[in-house]
Ligand binder design. Structure first.
Ligand SMILES: Nc1ncnc2c1ncn2[C@@H]1O[C@H](COP(=O)(O)OP(=O)(O)OP(=O)(O)O)[C@@H](O)[C@H]1O
Length: 279
């Protein structure tokens, strides 16, 4: 369980609180998508989970954040990193090795995983991200998207209870983004991992997340199932969230009493729903 309790934070260099009054419970095994406009505080929330705040970025920290009962202020960064695996936005800053396999080995050796377990963990992580063919490649020779997959794989190898990912598909085309989310969600289901992912593509998020969290100017505006959140498409658009046009259209018909079905998230869904409306 991840629990934010009236959490607010101001970076040491900052004047304003960048996140305010955050109270949120994330149950074990939940797949949570965080989205919102640029600068709304999404990354800051992830830093509060993995302990980067306040351990690396100090500031004024109010309220509390606990992960599996560990208070992220009191716990050491080492203890937190055993619990929470993180993939940050700046993938290049995360890479420490020159070859893919070594990148995965690095974390395992650092965490003192027993030697005999290591080969299977490396294989499993590469397979989990569908990148077994990249094992011997140099990191420099990889595309941005391939690096993102390597970064996720090297964290998965550590079997974290919680996985925090900040825009893990930023460098990927739509098809590869779907592949990464497919692989991630399958891994998380199989291992009972809690996933917190910051992602701009709300339609993609909605297909995988149990809970969508919409952040606006440091506050949580919505935290609910994707369908319940997407029902507020006009408000979401006003907050700068990229709601699919198919959702906006069908919500508008719903408001007119012309459609009473479930929330639509994509063109195929809108086409099927419109067929029924027009029948
Ligand atoms: N290390 C820092 N020191 C001072 N201010 C910071 C720091 N990191 C972020 N901020 C500020 O905190 C606010 C929230 O930033 P944050 O990165 O959490 O938002 P975000 O929603 O993740 O943005 P983006 O979508 O652009 O990544 C912004 O105003 C940002 O300028």
């Amino acid at each position: 369980m991840i629990e934010f309790n009236e959490f607010s934070f101001r970076y040491r260099e900052g004047v304003e609180l960048v996140v305010r009054d955050i109270t949120l419970s994330i149950p074990d095994g939940c797949f949570v998508g965080i989205t919102g406009a640029a600068g709304s505080g999404k990354s800051t929330l992830t830093y509060a989970i993995n302990g980067i705040i306040p351990h690396c970025y100090p500031g004024d920290f109010y309220g509390s954040v606990t992960v599996e009962g560990l208070d992220t202020v009191d716990a050491s960064l080492t203890d937190l990193s055993r619990l929470v695996g993180s993939v940050c936005q700046d993938i290049d800053s995360q890479m420490v090795s020159t070859v893919v396999e070594d990148e995965i080995l690095y974390g395992l050796e650092n965490f003192a995983v027993p030697r005999e377990e290591i080969p299977a963990r490396v294989d499993e992580a590469l397979d989990a991200m569908g990148i077994a063919d990249l094992r011997d490649r140099t990191i420099d020779s990889l595309s941005g998207g391939q690096k993102q997959k390597v970064a996720v794989a090297s964290v998965l190898a550590l079997h974290p209870k919680v996985l925090v990912l900040d825009e893990p598909t930023a460098e990927l085309d739509p098809a590869s983004s779907v592949t990464v989310f497919d692989l991630l969600s399958r891994y998380a289901r199989e291992h009972g991992t809690t996933v917190v992912v910051v992602e701009q593509k709300i339609a993609l998020l909605s297909d995988y997340a149990d809970m969508l969290v919409i952040v606006d100017e440091g506050r949580i505006r919505f935290a609910d199932t994707p369908d319940a959140v997407l029902a507020h498409s006009e408000e979401l658009l006003a907050l700068g969230v990229n709601v699919p046009r198919s959702t906006t259209l069908m919500n508008a018909l719903s408001a007119q009493g012309l459609y009473a079905g479930p929330t639509v998230r994509n063109v195929a869904g809108a086409a099927a729903a419109l067929k029924e409306v027009l029948a």
